[in-house]
Design a protein around this ligand. Structure first.
Ligand code: ADP
Length: 258
């Protein structure tokens, strides 16, 4: 399958009164349609900067992003963002939160609203549509945030540490759940995470960035033998420790015993 977007030699520096911080240098990689890519790298290396460039929020200083839509059109993929916190507004009901993006973008059509209804139903939130966000569990809030994002029908979902505010056990369940829903919706996803196990269990490919200025240190395709569909299945796959050790070595330079 061909890449829907392709980054070529992307570079970016922040400029301030105190000088220049080069965040990204010569970053090149492609993303295939329907692919799940995880980006890992040392803290402060430039992961969020890279995501902002892919989202179109920052313009790269050097390099290009080429678009290859399967239908031959030249438009940039519609991008949806999910951040660390769900950013649901307490003064709006769950339903009013899920349609917020549609409201802001002036897209409150019958078709979109019935899609939101369908998602609320499919994601078991229908009974909570008139509740406030504080009445939902952490996992339900993330589902509501996902519906708000999917309502705009993005082709490419960018997730910046979306599960880091959740406690460990909830995080295992919610990350597997949300990614399963995104796969079922047929979307392409790029996720930033500092959790190596999460990266291995969710992604088809992991891009490891070097310390700042970030360059692509290596790319690791992930293939796991899964016994079932449970959130823990990926972590119990026989290949899991191998990938974990490989990533550990890439990030720390130290060999790890299995
Ligand atoms: P990561 O997401 O990997 O933690 P970031 O992309 O947030 O890293 O930041 C990369 C580097 O750029 C860091 O050293 C950070 O301090 C610097 N940086 C980020 N945003 C700004 C900004 N608005 N102005 C100046 N420097 C910034």
């Amino acid at each position: 399958m061909q890449n829907i977007i392709e980054l070529k030699n992307i570079g970016y520096s922040y400029h301030s009164l105190h000088g220049e911080t080069t965040a990204l240098q010569n970053i090149s990689f492609g993303i295939r349609e329907g692919e799940f890519v995880a980006i890992v790298g040392p803290s402060g290396c430039g992961k969020s900067t890279l995501l902002s460039i892919i989202a179109g929020l920052l313009q790269p200083e050097s390099g290009t992003i080429a678009v290859n839509n399967p239908d031959g059109s030249l438009h940039y993929p519609r991008v949806g963002y999910m951040l660390q916190r769900d950013h649901l507004f307490e003064w709006r009901t769950v339903y009013k939160n899920t349609i917020l993006g549609l409201e802001i973008n002036n897209m409150l059509t019958e078709e979109r609203l019935s899609y939101v209804d369908q998602l609320l139903f499919d994601y078991d939130l229908d009974k909570f549509r008139n509740k406030r966000p504080s009445e939902l569990s952490g996992g339900m809030k993330q589902r509501a945030a996902l519906i708000r994002t999917l309502a705009l029908d993005p082709q490419l979902l960018l997730l910046d540490e979306p599960f880091s505010a959740l406690d460990y056990q909830t995080r295992l369940m919610v990350s597997a759940d949300i990614c399963h829903l995104i796969r079922n919706a047929g979307k392409t996803m790029i996720i930033i995470t500092h959790d190596l196990s999460e990266a291995i269990s969710l992604a088809d490919r992991i891009i490891v960035l070097s310390a700042r200025p970030a360059t692509v240190q290596t790319e690791i395709p992930i293939t796991l033998t899964l016994q079932d569909n449970s959130p823990l299945a990926a972590r119990n796959a026989p290949e899991f420790p191998f990938y974990f050790n490989q990533l550990w070595e890439e990030l720390t330079g130290e060999k790890r015993e299995s």
